[in-house]
Design a protein around this ligand. Structure first.
Ligand SMILES: Nc1ncnc2c1ncn2[C@@H]1O[C@H](COP(=O)(O)OP(=O)(O)OP(=O)(O)O)[C@@H](O)[C@H]1O
Ligand SMILES: [Mg+2]
Length: 303
């Protein structure tokens, strides 16, 4: 039996009267990219801080590489790369100095790959950190993490400050790690942002994990909403599987519906055959999904 990279069982955390985590249970296996998805305040960073040994749990069990992060902290940190959500950098050091310092902290060295990453993310490593924008500060931490040779990489909302081009570069690097058989935990509040990279996803809301599974298992969560106007009537939509909440106007040339992601290619052919005049498509936001699928089942907000 292979040892899980990360095992969290019935993890609970309270801050005074605030119950931040309730019975959080999740596993990340070797070679897996795991997406940890949830809205603001859901408990993503709290979970991550506990498994890094930065915060103390209230109850439950956490192991990394089969070890307890509070007892075996240094052994664990040698095998870990972590990028926090709000990157703090020493203001008077340059980006390059900070990258090297972060690498040395974890027993790694600046390599040719570090230089490649600096070029790739177009970071000027000679500038002092105090002059960097949020995105540039994030790049410093990401470059240090990606040039580490770790077994497990934890990124807490890593793309929140990155523009679309850099977000794509980030995704490429995560896929490189995946190809190299590394394990990755990626927290985000946007499902569509991580779905390209993740093998499995856990959805957390108000401190509770409400769904865990592969993307295929969660396919029902990823529906796109569309409004289409066509020249010819869209009767054909009435018989299509994978369409939901279909509404057609009297002429049947304006349709609104939501559609499973995997059905979109076939659907587009059908729509094109009816001569599309206009089309609007909105990927579901996480909040929409929660409201649609969990509405009343989700416990009321804990104040
Ligand atoms: N040090 C703290 N003291 C008191 N409450 C805290 C502390 N840290 C977190 N919390 C509370 O715990 C809950 C979970 O917060 P957490 O930062 O883990 O959320 P998150 O999922 O990372 O959100 P975000 O997407 O905004 O980063 C929130 O209600 C937050 O207010
Ligand atoms: Mg957070």
């Amino acid at each position: 039996m292979t040892t899980a990279i990360l095992k969290v069982e019935n993890l609970t955390k309270t801050f005074g009267k605030t119950q931040a985590l309730t019975d959080v249970t999740l596993t990340i296996n070797p070679g897996e990219v795991f997406g940890f998805i949830g809205p603001n305040g859901a408990g993503k960073s709290t979970t991550i801080r506990i498994l890094l040994g930065i915060l103390k749990k209230t109850s439950g069990a956490v192991t990394l590489f089969g070890l307890d992060p509070f007892v075996n902290s240094s052994a664990i940190h040698k095998r870990l790369a972590y990028v926090p959500g709000d990157v703090y950098l020493w203001p008077n050091l340059t980006g390059g100095e900070i990258i090297d310092f972060l690498l040395h902290l974890n027993g790694n060295n600046h390599t040719a790959y570090t230089d490649e990453l600096i070029r790739k993310f177009q970071l000027d490593p000679t500038k002092r950190a105090r002059t960097y924008s949020k995105g540039n500060r994030q790049k410093v931490a990401l470059i240090a993490a990606f040039s580490q040779n770790a077994d497990f990489y934890i990124f807490d909302e890593p793309t929140s400050g990155l523009d679309p081009l850099n977000e794509q570069l980030f995704q490429e690097e995560v896929l490189n790690l995946k190809r190299a058989g590394k394990s990755v935990m990626l927290s985000s509040h946007i499902l569509s942002e991580v779905e390209k990279m993740c093998d499995r996803i856990g959805i957390i809301r108000q401190g509770e994990v409400i769904e865990t599974g592969t993307l295929a298992e969660m396919r029902h969560l990823t529906r796109t909403q569309m409004v289409v106007k066509t020249v010819h009537p869209l009767d054909i939509l009435e018989e299509r599987d994978g369409l939901y909440d279909l509404q057609l106007d009297a002429l049947k040339t304006t349709a609104s519906f939501s559609v499973d992601s995997e059905q979109i290619p076939v659907l587009m052919d059908r729509l094109a055959a009816a001569d599309i005049l206009s089309i609007q498509s909105n990927p579901p936001t996480l909040e929409d999904l929660f409201l649609r699928y969990y509405g009343d089942e989700v416990a009321p907000a804990k104040e």
